[in-house]
Design a binder for this molecule. Structure first.
Ligand SMILES: Nc1ncnc2c1ncn2[C@@H]1O[C@H](COP(=O)(O)OP(=O)(O)OP(=O)(O)O)[C@@H](O)[C@H]1O
Ligand SMILES: [Mg+2]
Length: 326
């Protein structure tokens, strides 16, 4: 059963169309990523789900109720933004307490207990008396997450919560957020423009481009069966080439390197060889395609003694070749 339904949402800012008839649904307990390039409408969609922005057309149904015009304070969500938005003059605990103190129905003891529980969840109990400036970026973002979770919201909205962090912390926090999300089974909608983040964290991904939804699916579906050339190139690396009215695409790891005496589809010239740990990426070209990426296991690349300037023979297995007609 779907917990959230986004129905035909259209949003304009003056002449600019930020969302063009966007529909999607999110199941209870799911982590869904809204993925897309800058300016495609991700934040606007999240803000409409939160009630911080009103749509021109369409409906937002939450838990079976039409909440299109419900005030944010009556929607019961927790939210975390890209910038931590912590109060610098309050401790970690103070920051978490602050949100809860607005809840009149809770006793002082309850507020305290809930805040500590939220800090325990994000593993910050031992830092509860520090001020934001004494914390790392990752710890600050975990404080923001604790503040959102302390409210026991019925769903969680995250707008690029990891993008201000350095790569290592980002990867670590990805799995931490995912673990917490799963243990609480809290329905979560997370905006990101980072395809790795979406692929590793999401149960399902909503891929957006230019104010529309391009595709909705599991990470595997999006990666293996992209529904358009845009999705194919935005999520992972894809070799895309156009021939008359047909666009062909194949992943770099699906191209097969064969012997010059075998049957091959393409003879290419090696321009660059890049060691990427377990895989080696070869940048090649031919008359029809100025840039071709080929990923092969590094051991195989070593055995083949791939050299810049050499000619390579490729097969494009039909089952991995995707086609779209324009
Ligand atoms: N308050 C506003 N007033 C006018 N235009 C706006 C407003 N908010 C967003 N827009 C426009 O709507 C479009 C979508 O913006 P949005 O912030 O949703 O993009 P985004 O996908 O979140 O991008 P980013 O990845 O850069 O955060 C953009 O072209 C933006 O300029
Ligand atoms: Mg945004």
């Amino acid at each position: 059963m779907s917990f959230l339904e986004i129905r035909n949402i259209t949003k304009r800012f003056n002449e600019q169309i930020a969302l063009n008839n966007v529909s999607a649904s999110v199941k209870k307990g799911e982590l869904v990523c809204i993925l897309g390039p800058s300016g495609c409408g991700k934040t606007t969609l999240l803000r409409i789900i939160a009630g911080l922005e009103t749509a021109n057309l369409g409906q937002i149904i939450i838990d079976g109720k039409d909440q299109t015009y419900t005030q944010p304070k009556d929607r019961n969500f927790g939210i975390v933004f890209q910038s931590y938005a912590l109060f610098p003059n309050m401790t970690v605990l103070g920051n978490v307490l602050f949100g809860l103190k607005q809840r009149r129905e809770l006793s002082k003891e309850e507020v305290h207990a809930r805040s500590l529980e939220a800090l325990r969840l994000v593993d910050l109990l031992e830092h509860k008396d520090k001020y934001p400036r004494q914390l790392s970026g990752g710890q600050q973002q975990r404080t923001a997450l604790a503040r959102a979770l302390a409210l026991s919201p019925s769903y969680l909205l995250l707008d690029e919560p990891l993008s201000a962090l350095d790569a290592k912390v980002r990867v670590k926090l990805r799995s931490e957020i995912k673990t917490i999300q799963k243990s609480l089974a809290i329905t979560t909608i997370m905006v990101t423009h980072d395809q790795d983040e979406a692929l590793t964290m999401a149960d399902r991904i909503i891929v957006m481009n230019n104010a529309i939804v391009e595709q909705i699916g599991t990470p595997r579906e999006i990666y293996d069966c992209p529904s358009s050339a845009f999705v194919a190139s935005f999520v992972g690396t894809m070799n895309v080439y156009q021939q008359k009215s047909v666009t062909y695409a194949i992943r770099p790891e699906k191209l097969e390197v064969v012997n010059r005496h075998d049957k091959y589809d393409l003879a290419v010239n090696v321009n660059e060889v890049e060691f990427k740990g377990p895989l080696t990426r070869i940048y090649a070209s031919c008359a029809d395609a100025p840039e071709i990426y080929i990923d092969i296991p590094s051991e195989k690349a070593d055995a083949m003694r791939v050299r810049i300037g050499a000619t390579m023979f490729l097969k494009t297995p039909q089952k991995h070749l995707r086609r779209w007609t324009v």
